[in-house]
Design a protein around this ligand. Structure first.
Ligand code: DSN
Length: 478
């Protein structure tokens, strides 16, 4: 039994929880065990530090704090002010932004804050002005109707979903798809890369209010200087959603034309992906949009989560340390080693490789859908997620791709040699899996056949690969 501070803290917390609802304590312990045992390659996940995790479990959760620092709708927010101001200060310093808003609960929320800020700044609408001085719940149906009429079908141009764009950039399953008349730019079918001339052409034709850059499955850098020039040429507001690669911006791997902050009017992010913080969102902007962004709660957000803002402050302080830049560089080195290992073994990768934290395998060459590949890999102890590839014939549900990313394994300390071994394991599973059929014998996009002995053997090799790199070595729950 370890007596270090982290072990004592988590053991004590579980003991307190167990006394009330033991099944929750058990589930928390089981989650740590599962995470320790799995080869986590989900590109959007990571492992936050014990300090970040512990900053969330406390009485800040009990406090309402609508409003902004020093200007709250509730009394007694002085300590919330301290942590929110710290989170914003660290974010401004880390990213070189004029203004930071640390309240969004998620990436979707951060994008919604940004959309409303841009609409309020750019569109003349008495109904919007009324909405801004009232609680959303107080708006009548007539208010909403006027709002919709006055805002009209404002236009948004963003990256298409199958090219790696995100649902919140104007697609139907998200409210942004109802708020905006959306058009997408894709990627060059031959190279898989963004064709900036085509983006400029689409912007000239469509004249969007907002040009959005950012992705959840594009394995390359984006030139934000060029994107800003395109936005300026049509009078659009340029927004970047850097949720996936915020850690690479923080760690100065993406600089110059590839750092969105100096080029965009507004930048949104989550804090839990490559940035390695708590689950949440954040908005960065210049002084022109700051007042509108600060209206995020109650305009589109529920009450701020002060305990999560405390954890954001801790994680952002960690990201300002010199070793975070080393971590960010290793994320990309590892992704490139993984891509090279897969390519050497004959895999097809979208764009032929990567220069960020993620790799997109087109599994159609293995005769599989993304769904079949995802499940076969999971059976073998390798956690990934299926993802559409450009012009995907299998659509967004079954897909033809597997997205893998290195932020989590890099946090554990795995390096280039382990990435090559991981490529071998993935290749083994994908070559040993065949497409299955349904009960009527018809080909199935979901069923697959993989010899359980192969899955077991790969699972064992995956576990062996992780053994020298324990997850949360400072946390002993025994
Ligand atoms: N769900 C995140 C991802 O996996 O990319 C994005 O929202």
């Amino acid at each position: 039994m370890s007596h270090n501070a982290e072990s004592t803290a988590f053991r004590s917390a579980l003991e307190v929880i167990r006394a009330v609802e033991p099944r929750v304590a058990d589930a928390i312990g089981a989650e740590l065990a599962d995470q320790r045992e799995s080869l986590k390659l989900i590109a959007s996940e990571n492992y936050a530090s014990p300090a970040t995790l512990l900053a969330m479990g406390n009485w800040f959760s009990d406090k309402y704090a609508e409003g902004t620092v020093g200007r709250r709708f509730y009394a007694g927010c002085q300590n919330v002010d301290t942590v929110e101001a710290l989170a914003a200060e660290h974010a401004r310093e880390l990213f070189g932004a004029a203004h930071a808003y640390a309240q969004p609960h998620s990436g979707i929320d951060a994008n919604l804050v940004a959309f409303w800020a841009i609409l309020a700044d750019r569109v003349e609408s008495p109904a919007l002005k009324r909405a801004q001085v009232r609680q959303v719940n107080d708006l009548t149906e007539a208010d909403w109707f006027a709002l919709r009429r006055e805002l009209g079908d404002q236009r948004m141009l963003g990256m298409s979903l199958d090219a790696g764009g995100h649902l919140t950039h104007g697609f139907r399953p998200n409210i942004s798809g109802k708020m905006f008349d959306q058009r997408s730019y894709g990627t060059d079918p031959a190279t898989g890369l963004i064709d900036y001339d085509r983006v400029a052409e689409a912007a000239r034709e469509f004249k969007p209010l907002i040009l959005v850059a950012g992705y959840s499955a594009y394995p390359r850098k984006v030139n934000f200087r060029i994107m800003r020039e395109i936005a300026d040429s049509v009078g659009a507001t340029f927004m970047v959603d850097m949720a996936h690669f915020a850690g690479l911006v923080a760690g100065k791997v993406f600089t110059g034309d590839f750092d969105p902050v100096p080029h965009a009017h507004i930048v949104t992010t989550t804090t839990h992906k490559s940035l390695r913080g708590p689950r949440g969102g954040m908005v960065l902007c210049g002084p022109e949009l700051a007042d509108q962004v600060d209206r995020g709660c109650p305009m589109v957000l529920g009450g701020p989560l002060p305990h999560v803002m405390a954890a954001k402050a801790v994680a952002l302080a960690e990201a300002r340390r010199p070793d975070f830049a080393d971590y960010a560089r290793r994320i990309v080195d590892n992704a490139q080693a993984l891509a090279d290992g897969l390519l050497r073994r004959g895999a097809t990768l979208v764009t032929g490789g990567t220069d960020n934290h993620l790799v997109l395998i087109d599994v159609s060459g293995y005769g599989l859908t993304g769904r079949q590949a995802e499940q076969a890999l999971l059976d073998s102890g390798i956690v990934t997620n299926r993802n559409a590839v450009p012009q995907d014939p299998n659509g967004a549900w079954y897909t033809s791709g597997i997205r893998i990313g290195t932020p989590a394994l890099t946090t554990r300390g795995l390096g280039a040699a382990e990435m090559d071994a991981t490529a071998e394991l993935i290749h083994t599973v994908l070559t040993q899996t065949t497409a299955g059929s349904g009960p009527d014998g018809a080909p199935s996009k979901a069923k697959y056949v993989l010899d359980p002995a192969v899955a077991e053997q790969v699972g064992k090799q995956a576990a062996d690969l992780l053994t020298p790199f324990p997850l949360y070595p400072e946390v002993d729950l025994t």
